[in-house]
Design a protein around this ligand. Structure first.
Ligand SMILES: Cc1cc2nc3c(=O)[nH]c(=O)nc-3n(C[C@H](O)[C@H](O)[C@H](O)COP(=O)(O)O)c2cc1C
Length: 355
């Protein structure tokens, strides 16, 4: 275990640190968390990342309104795998506080440890309805919105936001204060404005300032692609934990690398990981969705290796999961001895999402 991990462990284990306003964070397994990603962090992917050592897991965003109307598709999105040692949150979006209150019991019954509210989604369809990052434009309203929800649900409440609407409306300090006054357990911050989308780099300087100005736990997020960067940012910025999104798709071993639990070789191997994901997918999804999700992981795992684009092309033509696994076995056997490709933070990869 390297030096910085020892320092983090001390910081995260608050025997000697002042008690913060939120206690939920003290139950996190470690300070390296899986970021919520729509179409990706469903129950299967969360279980896989749990097994891969992620400290906390958050679902893809789910419509609070959809749950109120009991939409079958939306209700399927709130399934949670059982693992007593793991913190799992369900992320909701909406514009009407009563919707969150009405559905809190549903997500509690599923076994969620906390309700997370999406205040970061930049997508037009979402912000036009006053949801996602639109809620950051009026911090006073945000405080009353969150306070109402907090007072009427039993589950701990957390939020994930951006740094503001645009460079002229960097409301992050005010929105963090709003979340703290409302009684949220922590704030996760994707260090970009809504206007930036996924362009430019996440502003870790600003996240450092936010952390310095608040006693609320802050979770930093954006552009972490390797364990060294994760550990450095955690140590240097003072944030309480970091969330990793796209970096974990291409390198699901990143959490174990961060905590020092991974040895010299990839364990499990790429192929074993794919087989495990297949098992999980089969238990939860129909054949079509199982195939789609399995192909996606196979393609992410191949990124950066020679022949990856041909492999990707072939994967999307592959009609059965059996063939996906066969082709993946062949491909990974050919690249297994090569060094793991570098994933530079400036490299464009999945430049869109709901947060
Ligand atoms: C495909 C995709 C889907 C996403 N979906 C969500 C979501 O449902 N909720 C959310 O809060 N953030 C979502 N995000 C944002 C990520 O959680 C994260 O903030 C962002 O990708 C930056 O972190 P990264 O550089 O580690 O990926 C999504 C991002 C991507 C790329």
């Amino acid at each position: 275990m390297n030096h910085s991990v020892t320092i983090e462990t001390k910081k995260r284990n608050p025997a000697s640190a002042p008690v913060k306003s939120g206690h939920l964070i003290d139950r996190a397994r470690n300070a390296y968390w899986m970021a919520p990603m729509s179409g990706i962090t469903d129950v299967c992917f969360r279980q896989l990342m749990d097994e891969m050592g992620a400290g906390v897991l958050v679902s893809e965003l789910v419509s609070a309104k959809g749950l109120v109307f009991n939409s079958e598709k939306t209700c399927r999105m709130i399934k949670i795998h059982k693992n007593p040692g793991t913190l799992v949150g369900l992320q909701l979006f909406g514009d009407y506080a009563d919707d969150f209150i009405k559905v809190a019991h549903l997500i509690q019954e599923q076994g969620a440890d906390f309700m997370d509210i999406n205040l970061g989604c930049p997508v037009k369809k979402v912000v036009q309805k006053g949801c996602g990052s639109a809620l950051m434009r009026d911090p006073a309203y945000l405080e009353s919105f969150l306070t109402k929800i907090r007072k009427n649900i039993d589950l701990p409440l957390t939020v994930k936001m951006r740094t503001g609407w645009n460079d002229q409306e960097l409301t992050i300090h005010e929105c963090v204060a709003a979340a703290q006054n409302a009684g949220c357990e922590w704030v996760a911050i994707h260090g970009r404005t809504r206007a930036q989308g996924y362009q430019g780099l996440a502003d870790w300087e600003l996240m450092t300032q936010v952390k310095q100005r608040t006693t609320l736990p802050i979770i930093g997020n954006g552009d972490i692609r390797d364990p060294e960067r994760a550990r450095t940012l955690l140590h240097e910025t003072g944030v309480d934990a970091v969330m990793i999104g796209r970096g974990a798709l291409r390198n699901p071993w990143i959490f174990k690398q961060c905590t020092g639990e991974l040895g010299a070789t990839l364990d499990p191997t790429r192929l074993a990981l794919l087989h495990r994901f297949h098992e999980l997918l089969k238990a939860h999804h129909d054949t079509r969705r199982t195939l789609l999700y399995l192909r996606k992981l196979a393609v992410w795992l191949a990124f950066g290796y020679p022949g990856a684009s041909a492999f990707r092309g072939a994967m999307f033509q592959t009609p059965t999961t059996g063939e996906v696994l066969e082709r993946a076995e062949e491909y990974f056997a050919a690249v297994d001895d090569l060094p793991v490709p570098k994933f530079d933070e400036s490299e464009a990869f999945m430049m869109g999402g709901h947060g």
